[in-house]
Design a binder for this molecule. Sequence first.
Ligand code: PGA
Length: 241
Amino acid sequence: MRKIVIAGNWKMFKTQAETAEFLQGFLPQLEDTPEGREIILCVPFTDLAVLGQNLHGSRVRVGAQNVHWAESGAYTGEISAAMLTEINVRYVIIGHSERREYFGETNETVNQRLRAAQAAGLTPILCVGESKQQRDAGDTEQVIFAQLKQGLAGVDQNNLIIAYEPIWAIGTGETCACEEANRVIGLIRGKLHNADVPIQYGGSVKPENVDEIMAQPEIDGALVGGASLEPESFARLVNFK
Ligand code: PGA
């Protein structure tokens, strides 16, 4: 049975005070959330501990947005897996397109980070997806298959979530047509050894389109940026119909 996983990606938004305020509005709205839906918030490093301390036994799980592959060392600005697990972080986004585009992340470093995360007991959320230019050139499948092949080398598919995020749909309001997202996610699943890996769609998921997206047979969840920042909209997403 494939799990349903709805994850928020706060990117570089929210101070600790804003995080606490978010939780006050968000947690009460989970009372009627159907069993079996995994809810994750991937927040900035400084918010991780605040999140952990304010979850009050709720079902929300804590995730980070990056992790380094070394146990420790001279890597200014990076964070290790042990630093995350020590404060009860369970998930980590790896290879988000913003990391690939602005911070030089490659399929090789993505692979190193994935393996280090798993070795420490974290569950990685691997992001893959094509740019507009790559899609227009007809290279979507090829780009994604390369991201999977190199990214997943030596990675345990029993402790993994994948997010298909077409780059042109991220933060643009332009959602990938549900049928197309479903088709690509089916292709991704066809490349995996474990067909039960949850595969999310990400890119302008919002209250207005979440029900339609989640109705697609291949789509197991959503990775959500903008619409995860407000308690009401993120609650509507995790409570999709
Ligand atoms: P968005 O971001 O929901 O704001 O499009 C998604 C993401 O970057 O994971």
